[in-house]
Design a binder for this molecule. Sequence first.
Ligand code: SAM
Length: 270
Amino acid sequence: MNEHPTGGIAPIDSSVAHPARVYNAWLGGRDNYVADQEAAELAATANPQIVPAVRANRAFLGRAVRELTAKAGIRQFLDIGTGIPAADNTHEVAQRLDPGARVVYVDNDPVVLAHARALLIGTPEGATDYLQADVRDVDGILASAQETLDLSRPVGLMLVAILQYVPDADDPHALARRLLDALAPGSHLVLSHPAADIGAEAVAASMRVYNERAADHAGATPRTRAEVVRFFDGAQLLDPGVVELPDWRPGPEDTPAPGLPMWCGAGRKP
Ligand code: SAM
């Protein structure tokens, strides 16, 4: 376990909403406080598509890890914005297909660190590590990740439902690009992001409610499909491109659900 705290990491504060705990509340988990529950409920009332969207987002994460492991030969993952462990975490999906898979998780919320210690335990053949770090600390993340991952070989870079917490002023596109640039050819980027152009009014209303209650710097910014496509600059988008969550390589168990306000996709670094 590598705790690697970097600058800007706040101590646990239960009086304001935090993204990991609000997301846990939307998923029906119990690892959240009253401030998180209030923000989760008010945002979901403003936009009833939120709860189906976060469930579809978790399902997308699982499908993408499965596809990368089974079809693209990816055996190591850098999962930034891990969230409080839920069903089918990245290492569980990957290690089911290859017990030797290696995963480094990164999150800036100390609550996630506390749960990660107990829950993110992988196979003896593989490796699972955890960094407490902010996604903006690209150099620190890469320096620590290479203690567990072989960065000369392809990595699955997971930026799933995290970059909405990085405001335009901190240039989330440049962050994604710097991370991908540091990885070997054949690496893949998997990304999802709340949409600014699907059900825009409801999304704006729910973000407003959420942002009023969020911890400092934890406010969220939805982005358009074109802005999400730009995260894949420098990568070749895999089929079917940047689409709504249920449309990304659905399995037989996935039911169509048009209009969920998130975009997602995966791309390969040539
Ligand atoms: N990736 C998981 C998924 O899609 O199921 C969890 C997504 S959850 C909505 C977003 C996670 O990103 C939270 O756990 C939150 O603590 C983390 N996060 C938010 N801002 C972050 C930042 N600046 N650096 C690192 N992690 C951050």
